[in-house]
Ligand binder design. Sequence first.
Ligand code: UT7
Length: 323
Amino acid sequence: MSRYSRIAGTGGYLPKQVVTNDDLAKRVETSDDWIIERTGIRRRHIAAPEETASSMAEIAARQALEAAAMDPGALDLIILATSSPDRVFPSTACLLQQRLGVRSCAAFDVQAACSGFIFALSIADQYISAGNASRVLVVGTEVNSRSVDWDDRSTCILFGDGAGAVVLEASSELGIMSTHIHSDGHYQDLLYLPNPASNGEGSGNDESRTIRMQGSEVFKVAVNTLGRIVDETLEQNGLQKSDVDWLVPHQANIRIITATAKKLQLPMERVVVTVDEQGNTSSASIPLAFDEAVRDGRIKRGQTVLMEAFGGGFAWGSALLRY
Ligand code: UT7
């Protein structure tokens, strides 16, 4: 009998504080019109000083567990994607495990920048389909605001904070159909966050602590690469574009999202868009968007969902699933 990973529950958390484009225009030379036209972003949520990747992850995780009617103690595995961990080590997954009051199940982080959630989902799916785990919590959580140079108008307008989670359960019913992950480290200098604690770039000044991006170069590669991964995903599953009910993309830029929807010949009503309200929450963006569309009733059981992401590394990936 086939063994699938089925999404049993979803959860999400956004910090209370909202920063609008007009707020940013008071600090850097930009405008609401420019940001909306070039990115689709209107506002983003920013974590309070006491909030961290693990504290936000806990709220999203508890929601997902509740939706799955599962006790945290039943989990076999916790996989957490983040590029803004509370500590370099131990993993934020271990911190989350403690917050959930669980002991002994394996818990580890995955770092694949904005594609982290897809990479984490892919690993979770391998564990479940191989029979090595039956109940897995997968989380994407980010406090990007702590890594943003708030005086750099080319990046500070883009990012937001938040956390999203899914609980996967082994099932004989169709769930995740396939995942596809890729990386190309040759592009590492186009989008990166230095680590001041390492001996490579640790000058300790502000510039060595903030996100660096050559936006238009990233944009071009992202659009082409996402087009290719959509083809790869459909071909492997023997599906047509018309078989996809929903696209849940990583939320980096509305123009990238629109290009992928066009490639899929999918009307924008079938695309879950949160970038306008949340900005780019990196590895949290897909589980946050998915949770929103499940909770408001857009995505229904039995529908086919395509998730895709692209980000620093470059690292990119997709997941096709029956919800
Ligand atoms: O999630 C991880 C992956 N990341 C992405 O996918 C991000 C991909 N890149 C992007 O989304 C876009 O490249 C940006 C939104 C970051 C930038 O948009 P763009 O259309 O590629 O603009 P650009 O970087 O080519 O800059 C065009 C102009 C420049 O001025 P000049 O040199 O033409 O005079 C910039 O200095 O826009 C200027 N500019 C701004 N102007 C007003 C850059 N940022 C701003 C700003 N407000 N915030």
